[in-house]
Design a protein around this ligand. Structure first.
Ligand SMILES: [Zn+2]
Ligand SMILES: [Zn+2]
Length: 168
């Protein structure tokens, strides 16, 4: 069944900022965190209040700075699962005399492909490229709040006494 679902983001408030690396823009960017009160909806009917959530956003493109990285990795995991499933099907299916060659090719090539993909996924730590790219980004040096212009005060993190925004 086709179910339209998603979340409403109510009462957006900018609560934090930092310099980051945006994978969509392919460059260093200013990212801001928007805190919203999220309510899950099904067929546009809000039914599930899930509370306050913070969403990081690139100020250039408006997307989560790390979104593309996450998608690429989950695509690989999905591909791995698909390869394993198809391998299982080829091993479980009876071999008919006329398809014997092609069946054995698939029985060997598919698991080999799955093994290679798994090794690549395991050998590249989760956020290597993210960590590398973020290392090139200078931390934010703001002394006044970019949202309301109030001078920031020092603490465990710099924060704005005017609007409560935090510098990361
Ligand atoms: Zn961006
Ligand atoms: Zn402020």
């Amino acid at each position: 069944m086709f179910v339209i679902h998603g979340a409403y983001h109510f009462w957006p408030k900018r609560v934090a900022f930092r310099n980051d690396y945006c994978f969509t823009c392919g460059q260093a960017c200013r990212a801001v965190a928007i805190r919203t009160f999220d309510v899950g909806h099904i067929f546009w009917i809000p039914i599930l209040p899930v509370g306050f959530w913070k969403h990081w956003q690139c100020t250039f493109c408006g997307r989560d700075p790390h979104t593309r990285l996450r998608t690429r990795r989950s695509f690989k995991w999905a591909g791995l699962i698909a390869l394993i499933l198809v391998s299982v099907i080829f091993w479980a299916a009876p071999v008919t005399p006329e398809d014997v060659a092609i069946t054995w090719i698939f029985r060997i090539v598919l698991p080999a492909g799955a093994t290679m993909l798994l090794m690549r996924l395991l050998s590249t730590p989760k956020d290597t490229s993210l960590r590398q790219m973020r290392a090139t980004v200078q931390p934010a040096t703001d002394t006044v709040c970019p949202f309301c212009g109030t001078p920031l005060i020092a603490g465990s993190r710099w924060s704005c006494p005017g609007c409560g925004a935090v510098k990361y």
